[in-house]
Ligand binder design. Structure first.
Ligand SMILES: Cc1ncc(COP(=O)(O)O)c(C=O)c1O
Length: 405
């Protein structure tokens, strides 16, 4: 861990002038290369969280850096007042990847969710069904921290200080198909679901529930919003994790990995829902500016490479089989869940001390829900990175377990 004047002065300044809503790890990173981050003193850390699922192409990616530099020298921002040289190109690629027709560009996952929530209601308003305003969300969900996204987020710890939230939200249990059926009716504007829940503990929606969601939408006409901010953009092997479950959403929220480090959020619409939108209904000054679109294009180009798809699949197999072997050796590992490069490791005790022990061993991971360690490595990790991470993680689990005794 670094202990220089630089780190101390950064921490002092932050303590005075930054809103204290984050518990930061005591380190300042100044440089990155591939799946490694470096402090000013040259200490190196293996990054298996990639800025919470964002640095999809790793750090210091040359093609991305060159493209962003060229874009910055050409044109950065013109707003949405004018036709745009890049948005349609990104939207066309996203339409091909998702099967949805139209894109709205914004700057974060929460904004993408917010957009989906607004336009689900807009759709019914246009149909004259103004009473059709209910959202059915899920227990353990996380959709972001703006008022709308927070309103469909489950954890009361996030919600309670900001009440009252957007009304007419109910929560279904992902394990209770009959419960969902009882909640979805002809007052439901939309069901919103993360097909693979992230912050709630890396929990895939059971196939039976995915089928029930589809059936409930068919039965009542309710729209389906899938939040693929974390699980989408290829992280699990398919472009959307919902494609694995056979979900057919009307609206999809994307973010995180899509910008590879540049803030990009996108709400995807079917033509049927998009038809309800009128100029002025929604907007974003920055949304989809040239820098953001350039980043998304570089990312989508890289994702289309068969070599990247093959190395991601190999890294994922290696990670899951290594963790399965670790689980057999370490009974404190209760479960290993997820898909592709989105992995949750459920422990029999609090995950926080494991994250700290991993950090002390220069491995960056994090915790979701209380007992789950989460791995969201860059898509570009190598077999050597996976080997190293597995070893460091096991050492960290052993150390945290030992400290409890
Ligand atoms: C599933 C999901 N939706 C929405 C968000 C919010 O994204 P952002 O932090 O970019 O606003 C997150 C962030 O973790 C997320 O995991």
């Amino acid at each position: 861990m670094s202990t220089t004047a630089t780190k101390t002065s950064v921490q002092d300044q932050e303590a005075k002038h930054i809103l204290q809503v984050y518990k930061r790890m005591p380190v300042v990173f100044e440089r990155g290369e591939g799946s490694r981050l470096y402090t000013g003193e040259g200490d190196s850390y293996l990054d298996f969280i990639s800025g919470v699922g964002v640095a999809s192409l790793g750090h210091g990616h040359k093609a991305l850096a060159d493209a962003l530099s060229a874009q910055a020298h050409t044109l950065l921002h013109t707003s949405n007042l004018f036709f745009h040289p890049l948005q349609a190109e990104v939207a066309t690629r996203l339409a091909a990847r998702t099967g949805l027709d139209r894109a709205f560009f914004c700057n974060s996952g929460a904004e993408a969710v917010e957009t989906c929530l607004k336009f689900a209601r807009r759709y019914w308003h246009t149909q004259g069904a103004t009473g059709r305003t209910k959202y059915v969300a899920f227990k353990q969900s996380f959709h972001g921290r703006s008022m709308g996204a927070l309103s469909v987020t489950w954890d009361d710890h996030y919600r309670a200080p900001f009440a009252p939230l957007v009304p007419n939200v109910v929560f279904a249990d992902p394990a209770d198909v009959a419960g969902l059926d009882a909640l979805v009716d002809d007052t439901t504007a939309a069901i919103i679901v993360e097909p693979l829940q992230g912050e709630g503990g890396v929990r895939p929606i059971p196939q039976a529930m995915a089928d029930a969601i589809e059936a409930a939408c068919t039965r009542t006409g309710a729209l389906l919003i899938t939040d693929e901010v974390q699980s989408g953009s290829g992280r699990t092997g398919r472009f959307l994790y919902g494609q694995t479950l056979g979900l057919t959403p009307d609206l999809v929220a994307l973010g995180k990995a899509l910008g590879a480090g540049v803030p990009v959020g996108v709400a995807m619409f079917t033509d049927a829902v998009a038809a309800a939108a009128s100029p002025g209904d929604h907007g974003s000054t920055y949304g989809g500016n040239l820098l953001a679109c350039r980043a998304a294009l570089v990312f989508l180009e890289a994702l289309a490479s068969p070599a990247l798809a093959a190395s991601m699949a190999a890294a994922s197999d290696q990670l899951f089989s290594g963790l399965a072997a670790m689980k057999r050796r370490r009974p404190v590992i209760r479960d290993v869940r997820g898909a592709g490069l989105m992995v949750g490791i459920e422990l029999s005790f609090e995950a926080g001390p494991v994250v700290t022990a991993a950090f002390e061993r220069n491995l960056l991971i994090n915790r979701t829900s209380s007992t789950v360690v989460r791995l969201l490595p860059p898509y570009t990790i190598t077999t050597a990175d996976v080997d190293a991470a597995l070893q460091l993680l096991e050492d960290a689990i052993v150390a945290a377990e030992g400290a409890r005794q």
